[in-house]
Each structure stands twice: as structure tokens, then as C-alpha cells.
Write a protein that binds this ligand. Sequence first.
Ligand code: SF4
Ligand code: SF4
Ligand code: SF4
Length: 352
Amino acid sequence: MAEVYQRLAEHLDRLPDGFAPSEDGAEIRLLKRLFTPEEAELAVHLTLDREEVGAIAARASLPEEEAKERLEEMAGKGLIFSAETEGGKVLYQAAPFVIGIYEFQVNRLSDGFLQDLNDYWSTVKERKEPKTINQLRTIPINESIDSRLEVLPYENVYALVEAHDRFAVAPCICRSRAKKLGKGCDAPIDTCLVFGDFADYYVRTGKGRHISKEEAKELLVKADEANLVLNPTNSMLVSAICCCCGCCCGILKSLKYASKPSEAVASSFIVEYDEPKCVGCLKCVERCQMEAVTADVGGVRLDKDRCIGCGLCVSTCPTGALNLVRKPDRGEKLPETFFDTWRAIAKQRDAA
Ligand code: SF4
Ligand code: SF4
Ligand code: SF4
């Protein structure tokens, strides 16, 4: 039985951003907590391509009915992704551990799961793989961008919302988890915006609720007011927009630990500081989640290496002393959809 979990761990490790082994096998304990042996056996037959049950059942040598029932249960438990076509067919797809299985556990945060997760993340072996495609990118809210600056469609958060017709909101798992552990901040919890197929999946599997386009936009404004960084999926058509705080969010915390977050982040912008305009109110110090601006004699000190271009400090600076400017063009070509981003990362890891 242990062998199937080992195969599943290796399978997940081949997906975007992987599932690296830990020092003492904590990843196997975590998988045993999430998957039954039968589910683990079926999960290894899913790929990043969306497929009908017949193809998966054939590879797994299972009767179609049995495979269908199991896949539905697994989608409900957030172990795989599923999408319904306009014709009513259900397609199934493997989900990476992050972003995917971890986030999909938002309504299943048992004490045991949190303990296993903590054991895994505190003992996981660090990887030294070169990485050039991030799953998320950081963008400012429109109000932080100078109207004279040309903004590309994937940098315009309201345009990202406008491109969709189905919207849902779910609790942020990072802040929910922190709260359950007696830590965490006071930022709002219901802030994970999901769109299109992702929205349908979240609602169908009881992880979120549908909202209107206007509610989605209002939520972004409230997130900005609550000092949350907007992190959409790194694709032209986004599947989700995470609204992240620097204290609970795993992604921002790992960026914080990077020696130069400005190089590790996917972002088009960086902030510039016009010192003579500063009146020393320190609002920007409170807003910045990356500790890129700190109090200094008569004003603030900006460490550009720590700036991820989120624009939080810009929208509340009363004197216009902080402004976003475009970073040098890195010739980035964004994948069309988030699933294309997953495929591009998987391809890059295969080639590494
Ligand atoms: S990545 Fe950010 S928004 Fe998404 S679940 Fe984590 S903290 Fe919440
Ligand atoms: S918010 Fe603006 S004025 Fe206030 S300390 Fe920061 S840079 Fe200076
Ligand atoms: S200085 Fe901080 S708040 Fe301002 S854009 Fe950079 S990371 Fe965001």
C-alpha cells in the first residue's frame, strides 16, 4: 500500500512547481491523510490534459462507472480538478499540489491535515531548479498606476475581471489556516476570486459561492484598502486573483525570504521614491507587505531590491512621492490560460 503513495508523490512532483520529498517522508503521511489507496491509484493516471472518464478509466483498467464515481468524489475533496463542458460532459485533470490540491482543501482544514502540512513544509528538501515562469504575477490596482503609463491588458485588474462571465469567491486558505493555528492577521478572509471554469469548480464542489462581476470588482477595492497584494494567475486570461497579506500568504512569505524579491517576482512594475515630496507620514511603511520601505530620518528609505511593484504604497501616499514605473522589458510572453501556464512550467521542469 505504501508503494502507491510513493508513486503518487513522484507523479505530483512531475507537475508544475512539484512536490519535493521531505527529510523524513512527511509527504507520504500527508498524501495518506488526503487520498485513500484507491484514490491514489487512480490519481496517478490523470494528466494536465482535461479528459473524459473513459480515457482515464481505460488507463487505470477500471470499469467506467467505478472510475466516474471515484473521480467525482476526488474532485469534491479537492484532489483533482474537474470542468463541465457546454454540452454537459465532465472532464477531469490532474491538479498540482500548489496551486491546486493545497488551495482546494479550504473547506477541509482538520487539525490532522494542518499538522501533516506543517511537518511537510518544515522538512521539505529545497530544490535548486532554475525557474523562469511563476504561477502568479503581482499587479497593482488600476488606481495606483499613473494614467500616462501604458498598461497592458494583463496588467489591468478590472480588465481581467471584465474578460469573464462567471465569478466566485472562496475563503483564503492561508489566512484560514493561520487563524486555525491561533495566528494570522485581521485582513478579510473571503477574498480568493476565481473565474470561469475555476469558479464553476469551486461552487460545484462546495468551496466557494458565485458572485456578480460588480461584487468581484468591489472585492478588489476592499482588498486594496486592507493592504492586500493582488496576485492573479500568470496568464492572459486569468483563473484566479489571490489577495495576499505578507504575514499569512505562503507565496508572499517565500518572496520575502528571497534575497532580491524584485527579481523573483513576476511583475511589470517597480516603485520610485521622490524624496523631496515626502512628508514623513509613514503610511507607505504600514502598507508595504515586503518591508521595502522603512522609516528613515525625515522620510523613508526604499530598498528597490525588495519591491514587487504591487502599488499598495502608491495609492495612499498623500503627496505623490511614490510612483510606479515600468521595469526593463524581459521579453515575457504570457501563456493564454492558466492551464497553459501549468503546461509551460511542466515543460520547463522536464527540460531542466
Ligand atoms: S496565495 Fe494569497 S490569497 Fe491565495 S490563499 Fe494564499 S494568502 Fe490567500
Ligand atoms: S506615504 Fe508618501 S509622504 Fe508618507 S512617508 Fe511614505 S513616501 Fe512619505
Ligand atoms: S514599495 Fe512595497 S508597497 Fe510599494 S510597490 Fe513596492 S512592494 Fe509594493
